[in-house]
Structures are given as C-alpha cells and as structure tokens.
Design a protein around this ligand. Structure first.
Ligand SMILES: C[S@@+](CC[C@H](N)C(=O)[O-])C[C@H]1O[C@@H](n2cnc3c(N)ncnc32)[C@H](O)[C@@H]1O
Length: 247
C-alpha cells in the first residue's frame, strides 16, 4: 500500500472508525468479518463445550454463554475465542494461576480459565460489563472470575495481582485501537512474567499494521501443541505465544 493510500485510509478511519466493517479495503464485506451467528442476536444463550480431562479422566467443560449484540461486537461469540478456549481446556488445570483476559467480550475464554481452577479477571469496555457479569453468574463462577473495566492504553488496574497468564482472542480488528492494545500488552509484559496467549483471525491486509507495531516490543511463536491447529489454520486463525524482546 502506498503512503498516500495509507494517509487517506487513516483520515477515513477518523471520520468513521467502523467503516471497514461495512466495506473493507480488501474487498471484503461484513459477512467476511463478523462470524456466522443467528441473524438477530439478542439475549440468546449458547451451550459451548470443550474437551478437557482431570487426572487422565475425560472431564468436558460446558459454558453457558449469554450472547447479545446490542452492547457491541464483543457481545457475540468470536471464532478465535473458541479456539483459545479449546486450547486452554485441553491443557488442563489452572489451579493456583492468576489469569487476565483482555477484550473478553462475553467473557468466554476467562470463564473457561475459571472453570479450570484459575483466579481470573475478565476485562473489557464499560458496555460489555453487564453481559460478562451475567455470564459469570450463569456459570456460578463469581468466587473465581472477576469482571473489570479495562480500556487498552489506560493504566493497569491496581486491583490486579501478579499474573501468570494473559489471554487475548480476536482483539485485532479496529485500527485506531492497535497502538493502545500494543501499549497495554507491553505494560503488562513488563509488570508480569506471564505467558501471553494471543489468538488472532486474519481478516484484512491492514491487520499487518498491528503486527508491525507489536514487532517493536514482542517476538512470537505459533503454539504447536494444539491438535486442532490444522483445522483452525484453514480459517486463517493463529494461536501465538508472545514474548517481550529483551534489550
Ligand atoms: C471481536 S471482540 C472479541 C471478544 C472475545 N475476546 C471473543 O473472542 O469472543 C473484541 C473485543 O475487544 C474489545 N475492545 C475493543 N477495543 C477495546 C479497547 N480499546 N479497550 C478494551 N477492550 C476493547 C471489544 O469491546 C470486544 O469485546
């Protein structure tokens, strides 16, 4: 993309930040970006199950998930969230771990982490907090899963403890937020020796700009111990482990 095309894109983003959801510069339309869901998603409940085992005995995890598109795009179930949920379920117990999820939307990934025994903080912007709280209650996880407002680029909430795992799924889709997300990931990586699992679905060429920013601070590797990888990579989904560059 030429510099002038980039400048025009950025100006159009300022005028209408969501324009790419209607007609994408890569020629995609909304059906290519938003995952397939029932036509009108309003106060529905899904049952999502994930393979897991306890002491070698199969112990599937079932999450009841309220979905509702009215508080924003995060109120529905996104494909990378399901991939990341399936991966952590398969890995097994998170007993004794402190886990933070960024851009949780419905809270799915964090709810799975809580079911696996972790203490979890699911976070997002204010309009999503009600649906996250509803999902925590519906899965009787309020002892272990806390809901917190956390806007990327804001200071790390003081109530967070030292973290073992940081999770983010399907958080690369809105260009003005790219630098904010990189800033938050950087601050969290400096403050915690945490494993960062970042699940991403490629939709647009412009996503490259996120990785250009990310590369300044992080290196990453594809997670290889996931038997589902061959399936989701066909849908352009990658599960990455981010590592902060050391000077
Ligand atoms: C595509 S949704 C993915 C939701 C969920 N992780 C999943 O996989 O189902 C992206 C989420 O990022 C959140 N988000 C976007 N910009 C944000 C920001 N600046 N600060 C915090 N969260 C943000 C949105 O509210 C939304 O819930």
């Amino acid at each position: 993309m030429t510099v002038s095309k980039l400048l025009i894109d950025e100006q159009l983003d300022t005028i209408d930040p969501l324009r790419h959801l209607l007609q994408d510069s890569d020629g995609l339309d909304v059906a290519d970006i938003v995952p397939a869901q029932p036509p009108s998603i309003h106060n529905q409940t899904l049952d999502l199950s994930f393979v897991s085992s306890l002491n070698g005995v199969p112990n599937p995890i079932v999450i009841k998930l309220a979905v509702d598109a009215s508080p924003g795009c995060g109120g529905i179930a996104w494909p990378a969230g399901e991939v990341l949920s399936a991966y952590i379920s398969r890995r097994g117990s998170l007993q004794g771990k402190n886990v933070l999820e960024l851009g949780s939307g419905t809270g799915l990934v964090g709810l799975v982490a809580g079911t696996l025994g972790a203490h979890v903080w699911i976070t997002d912007q204010a309009p999503l907090l009600d649906i996250m709280n509803c999902n925590v209650e519906m899965n009787t996880l309020s002892e272990r899963v806390k809901v917190l407002e956390f806007n990327w680029g804001s200071p790390i909430p003081e109530s967070l403890p030292s973290l073992h795992i940081i999770l983010a799924a399907d958080c690369v889709y809105f260009e003005p937020a790219f630098p904010l997300l990189v800033q938050t990931l950087t601050e969290l990586a400096i403050a915690n020796e945490a494993e960062i699992l970042f699940c991403y679905k490629k939709r647009r060429k412009a996503d490259k700009r996120f990785f250009t920013l990310l590369k300044k601070v992080f290196t990453w590797e594809e997670v290889t111990d996931d038997p589902n990888q061959a399936i989701y990579s066909k849908e352009a989904i990658s599960l990455l482990r981010l590592m902060r560059r050391r000077k």
